[in-house]
Design a protein around this ligand. Sequence first.
Ligand SMILES: [Zn+2]
Ligand SMILES: [Zn+2]
Length: 587
Amino acid sequence: MINIKENEHLSIMNHSCAHLLAQAVKHIYPNALFWVGPVIEEGFYYDIDLGDETLTEEALEKIEKEMKKIAKDGKRIVREEISKEEALAKFANDPYKIDLISRMDEEETTISCYTQGDFTDLCRGPHLETVKELKFFKLIKFSGAYWKGDAKNKMLQRIYGVCFENEEDLNAHLAELEEAKERDHRKIGKEQELYMNHELVGAGMPLWLPNGSIIRKQLENYIYEKEQKLGYDHVYTPCVGTVDLYKTSGHWDHYKENMFPMMKVDEEEFVLRPMNCPHHMLIFKNKMHSYRDLPVRIGEFATDFRYEASGAVKGLERVRCMCQNDAHLFVTPEQIGEEFKKVVSLILDVYRDFGLKNYKFRLSLRDPEDKEKYFDDDEMWNAAEAKLREVLNDLGVEYFEAIGEAAFYGPKLDVEVKPAVGPEVTLSTCQLDFLLPRRFELSYINSKGEKETPVVLHRAIFGTFDRFTAFIIEETKGRFPTWLSPVQVKVIPVNAEFQGDYGKEIKDYLAENGIRVELDDRNEKLGYRLREAQTQKVPYTLILGDAEKENNTISYRLHGEKDTTTLPKEEFLKMLKEEIDSKSLRK
Ligand SMILES: [Zn+2]
Ligand SMILES: [Zn+2]
């Protein structure tokens, strides 16, 4: 999708289109007052006070028609400078404009206004020369938006739109929006009953329904198995910690605004944890370690809580309660390269299994000139950064370096994945940390018998299970590979009266062999039941008629296909199991 904000001409165009929108609104609603109308990545919006009026789809169409009419008239857009006093007088009846003017810098004595025909708005500009250039635009949607984003303020109406230079670009953009809507995990999540939200539980706190939980459990099992093979030890730790724990880790000083507020229980002060690194530090510290034990790899599917503005939470993608696919690897400085290589290889392995191809690695390094911003151990930094580069080069991974983007406590690798629609998302991360082990006074005995501090690698492959699930829903459009599908097989007897028993027999046979299977023996037309299995995106539909019953076979149809294939039930099960065990992707 084109980022309008990053394109200068399109930005000017879209902002001019916002003025055109305001003018049209003013024609239809003479009492309308206007707040701000900025350009955003996807186009523009304008926040409007319509008094008691509320918008409808029809109203939006009407406004768009009026915009076309004004644009056709082709009035020039004229800039004018007026003094602050003049502006205050001119907009004396408009509290929104008064607010804007009064918040201007002291030094600014004049204000620019833009006028097109009968409409004038305060604005810094720049704008197009004439409204005639606005031909290929579309109003997308509307929503409520509190004035200044504060729920205590009045709710304004926000209208979104977008404008392009030609019809092809506009149509391509609209098609992409349509595709994004089709893939939206919130829509599919509802249709397939994957998760829900409830106001009594709270914003950003999704409840995983049985179907969604199947997917999550499969993801957990999948990554757990991989981690186990790589020598990870999985643990369970509580999702609270004391304030002192987070003072020790430094989160209390640097991360507090992302945390839930403190709660007092008896004399102890607790917080819901925003991350579980401190817990794992303590597990490492619980016993003496020799260099021979290292690396120690502690993994957990850890529930964490982070503050997100209520307006920012979104489905499973941005939540306040999340489950991390987390692990902390404790290594000697010499082991950094080797362990890092294993993490990157695991990422590549997982991405291959999920068929992800469109991604890039980003290596965040320190700015060597900026000594203040980074943990002070030159030798450590230089050695570690060289190692990370070497590993990425060895593995032949394409990456780019972001100088000065490293965290205070160490360099970092993350993977930006380009989804089917929308902007890139960061899924996997691997962060080196020289500092946290020191804050917790961790140590191991090195080969010379001396105490030494380990280095920690924080890493998450899926990121969070929540976000990864949202991602997979949108990538597959809810057409999950068979191993992840909540229902893998739907059994449909042609006529329940004649083949109902056989349907039940096949269902039981598959279920006993670990297949997630449903029987649809309702007294509905075959075509209707087949269509429903299609909409539910079940990978395999079995159609059982007299022939199947007599020969002890099944006939299956793959989702999205018309052909049926007939097989003995044992062969079908064998084929299905192979597909599930190999975690094949769907074509
Ligand atoms: Zn403007
Ligand atoms: Zn961590």
